[in-house]
Design a protein around this ligand. Structure first.
Ligand code: HEC
Length: 240
């Protein structure tokens, strides 16, 4: 009767170590990564085997029940069914794990696009050199209507006729998350250099924002920026 108890004790010890590392330890401190838990379980098994094989008698006490269980010799009915279940389920488990590790994943990888990356140094700290006069705003509004409205929309909310199908969509200037929280120098950079001017973390290859430095002079861009702010400032509520 001392025989089976050593194998069973080893199994209980293994389960206890697992429960302690996986469920009890996280209550006291940070959880351990699974790879580390497997490593500790492996070391525990080595300890059990070393302890169990110290003498011929204990070796038989440790390994005898395991071999009898696996070979099916001299075990009773209930244990026989348990053995059958283990012999069927274990290969299935290994197969399932292998399949899970190798099967191609159809989930697209998570994206972390930085919407407002830092502008290049030469644009930092620029301020609008033109006076904020009604004429300049009016000129800017006209330029906006000609160049930007198809995408960014007549109401500055990114809802232009051509905006459908762009991902990311054209920026919504009425949204407090865009121009309201950005400096004019940032807008100047984005309008001048467009999507292709974005740094890698801004996913430049996805942006449909054109670079306007060829079509528009610096003064025209500054006037458009004025018009964007004036437009957004005049009727913020109706654009929500
Ligand atoms: C072909 C459609 C299209 C046109 C035309 C267009 N844009 Fe854009 N714009 C976009 C898209 C798409 C984005 C969002 C992706 C990005 O940030 O690059 C964007 C982003 C911007 C941003 C960045 C806002 C932010 O929160 O970072 C500014 C500023 C901007 N556009 C201004 C303009 C101005 C000014 C014009 C006209 C001179 C213009 N756009 C014309 C498509 C367009």
């Amino acid at each position: 009767m001392r025989g089976p108890s050593l194998a069973v004790k080893g199994g209980i010890l293994l389960a206890a170590v697992f429960v302690a590392l996986k469920f009890v330890l996280p209550l006291l401190t940070a959880p351990l990564p699974m790879s580390l838990i497997y490593l500790y379980l492996f070391l525990t098994i080595i300890g059990i085997v070393v302890y169990g094989t110290l003498s011929g008698e204990s070796t038989e006490a440790l390994l005898g029940p395991i071999f009898r269980f696996l070979s099916g010799e001299g075990i009773g009915g209930a244990v026989k069914s348990a053995r059958l279940a283990v012999l069927v389920l274990f290969p299935l488990l290994v197969g399932w794990q292998t399949y899970g590790g190798l099967a191609p994943n159809t989930q697209p990888p998570a994206e972390s696009r930085t919407i407002h990356p830092a502008p290049p140094g030469e644009f930092v700290g620029l301020s609008n050199p033109l006076p904020n006069t009604p004429e300049n705003v009016m000129m800017g509004t006209g330029l906006y209507a000609a160049y930007c409205l198809p995408c960014h929309g007549p109401k500055f909310n990114g809802n232009g006729a051509a905006s459908d199908g762009f991902n990311p969509p054209p920026a919504n200037f009425a949204d407090p998350g865009t121009i309201a929280m950005l400096q004019e120098s940032y807008l100047f950079w984005r309008i001048k250099k467009g999507g292709v001017g974005l740094s890698v973390e801004g996913h430049p290859w996805k942006s449909a924002m054109p670079r306007w430095e060829v079509e528009l002079s610096d003064d025209q861009i500054w006037k458009i920026i004025m018009a964007e702010y004036a437009g957004a400032g005049q009727k913020p509520r109706t654009w929500e």
